[in-house]
Ligand binder design. Sequence first.
Ligand code: FE2
Length: 216
Amino acid sequence: MVSILGISAFYHDSAACLLVNGEIVAAAQEERFTRVKHDHNFPLHAARYCLSEANLDVNDLDYVGFYDKPLLKFDRLLETYLDYAPSGFKSFLCSMPLWMKEKLWMPDVIKTELAKANGKENGRAAKKAGKKFAWKLLFGDHHESHAASAFYPSPFEEAAILTIDGVGEWATSSIGIGKGNEITLLKELRFLTAWVSSTALSLTTPDSKLIAANTK
Ligand SMILES: [Fe+2]
């Protein structure tokens, strides 16, 4: 049996999804438990719910997957702030505390939070317990994650995949091919935020996202 917990957090609409032997057993958004719309906090309740649906413990997991690569995203943020300095300085000041506190230390944060989901409510005890987890932590490319969410649950064995997103690490639009259990991204358009903003679409709502999987 292979169990994988997928996690999206610290941006918007945090969520968790559990796969057992390639099948989605449970998936939920954190806001459904906390009643905080678009809750961006770690999906502690959602992860607990997913695991309980399969009668699993965090220790039973084989893999935990996070939906993007924080260091690559940080690289894009810094480069963009530098390019447009001094404008954007206020936004820079607002975003940096969260990066310094959580996002740059994601492996530790994820392990600690999942220890809390496992019953270790105390921060220090959770941090200690988190270091003992045996599962492997994987960070997927943001657009690979979007493509996977469209292709893998689809009925297609082979498909062309198009993702148009507000913003990921660097890519904002990508095309690729899904075949069996593999996804290959072929081309990407980088950082289209200016365009998305100019069309008055919010970066954090479904308006700014389009993912499609079509048979060839
Ligand atoms: Fe996205």
